[in-house]
Design a protein around this ligand. Structure first.
Ligand code: SF4
Ligand code: SF4
Length: 117
């Protein structure tokens, strides 16, 4: 399961630097698979999707900080609990019921993005 930022977000920015996968971006900013990971060039994601890790992707939100589901591991592989949720002052980082994954799948994503850690 990925974490999602709800529309309660006050755009304080506290969560962004805490994410070990660089899965959090400011509203209206482009995102990339390669940001904060070991990924580059053409890659096949654990879910089978082929993507260009260097390519700028469309923002998921234009107004609020957002989390990229493909990059969020709920902090599995790095921390005991989601770091964004731990620092968010308004508790708006919550489980995303549309992106449910097993612990194994989350760890697989983490290893895929950071094979050398
Ligand atoms: S749960 Fe962890 S990996 Fe996911 S967005 Fe929050 S800080 Fe990043
Ligand atoms: S810490 Fe919470 S309120 Fe602040 S930007 Fe992140 S999600 Fe929004």
């Amino acid at each position: 399961m990925a974490i999602i930022i709800t529309d309660e977000c006050i755009n304080c920015g506290a969560c962004e630097p805490e994410c070990p996968n660089t899965a959090i971006y400011e509203g209206a900013d482009d995102w990339r698979y390669k940001d904060g990971t070991s990924l580059n060039g053409t890659i096949v994601l654990p879910n089978g999707k082929e993507v260009d890790a260097d390519e700028a992707q469309e923002p998921i939100s234009d107004e609020l900080y957002y989390i990229v589901p493909d990059k969020c591991t709920e902090c599995v592989g790095f921390h005991e609990e989601p770091q964004c949720a731990a620092v968010c002052p308004v508790d708006c980082c919550v489980p995303d019921e549309d992106h449910v994954e097993t612990e194994e799948a989350l760890l697989g994503k983490q290893r895929f993005m950071h094979p050398d850690d």
